[in-house]
Design a protein around this ligand. Structure first.
Ligand code: CAA
Length: 262
């Protein structure tokens, strides 16, 4: 219902708990991110993000692959002037503009552009056998969807350099230790666990969830002083919401809050 006329994302839809689920579905190419697939992804993300019933999104792939990178056959014959003039892959950044949290649920290969998309999400959880990598160096290029910039922020310089310069893959446990992965689950439970986590987030006050995501993301862009100021202003603003009154009243009355997202 969300992705009209586009075939490569399926089972997109919402759960009772207010979670929007997007599943990359291009199995023959291990979910390689051709332009059409990425257009579908952005379209599905925007549709779910603007749905009032939804409080959190989950993005997943298959058991074998979250996504094996940008589509190499589509890219191979592109020229410098085309890549430069069209600002190739800049538009992928649209996926980072969603206002509700996105959980990446990663099973299998999560490589190149796939790893970059996972890092565009707000929380990454992984199946025990997930494999992360930035293998672009093996193709004579470098990451082009944020790999050199987001990976260093997630796991630090030495590990980011190691992954980008050798093209070696890292397993789920290593990536959890390094800080990119928040939690690990058995592969078969991963999507259920992601939806469970999403349901918990969706049960909170929507405005505070959106502001929290916005404030954390601002920390990547500005100085500590500016970030602290931004956080405080968001915090102050939440005192204008019904959810703040309800949340604090419910705590003092020792009951569950009934958030109305206002
Ligand atoms: N682009 C296009 N096709 C891809 C692909 C990709 N990134 N990754 C896999 N495929 C295709 C394969 O060509 C193959 O197609 P055919 O069946 O038609 O031959 C199919 O998916 C299955 O792949 P394999 O047979 O290779 O499967 P495997 O299990 O032996 O290996 C793998 C799996 C290790 C992930 C291997 O497929 C691989 O190394 N893929 C490429 C990974 C990569 O280099 N990604 C970076 C891309 S560049 C990028 O992402 C740029 C950027 O930063 C934006």
């Amino acid at each position: 219902a969300y992705v009209k006329g586009q075939v490569r994302i399926h089972r997109s839809g919402k759960t009772e708990g207010g979670v929007g689920l997007i599943r990359l579905n291009r199995p023959k190419a291990l979910n390689a991110l051709c332009d059409d697939l990425f257009k579908d992804l952005v379209h599905a993300g925007q549709a779910l993000d603007s749905d009032d019933d939804i409080g959190c999104l989950v993005l997943t792939g298959s058991t074998k692959a979250f996504a094996a990178g940008a589509d190499i056959s589509e890219m191979k014959d592109r020229t410098f002037d085309h890549a430069y003039k069209t600002n190739m892959f800049a538009w992928w950044g649209q996926f980072t503009k969603l206002s509700k949290p996105v959980i990446a649920a990663v099973n299998g290969f999560c490589l190149g552009g796939g790893c970059e998309v996972a890092m565009m999400c707000d929380i990454v959880i992984a199946g025990e056998k997930a494999r992360f990598g930035q293998p672009e160096i093996n193709l004579g290029v470098i990451p082009g969807g944020g790999g050199t910039q987001r990976l260093i922020r997630a796991i630090g310089k030495s590990k980011a350099m190691y992954m980008c310069l050798t093209g070696d893959m890292m397993g789920a446990e290593d990536m959890e230790r390094a800080g990119l992965v928040a939690k690990i689950f058995p592969p078969d439970d991963l999507v259920d666990e992601a939806v469970k986590m999403g349901t918990k987030i969706a049960s909170k006050g929507r405005i505070s969830v959106m502001m929290c995501k916005e404030a954390i993301n601002v920390s990547q862009e500005v100085s500590l002083e500016e970030g602290l100021r931004f956080e405080r202003r968001m915090f102050h603003a939440l005192f204008a919401t019904a959810d703040q009154k309800e949340g604090m009243e419910a705590f003092l009355e020792k009951r569950e809050p009934n958030f109305t997202h206002k």
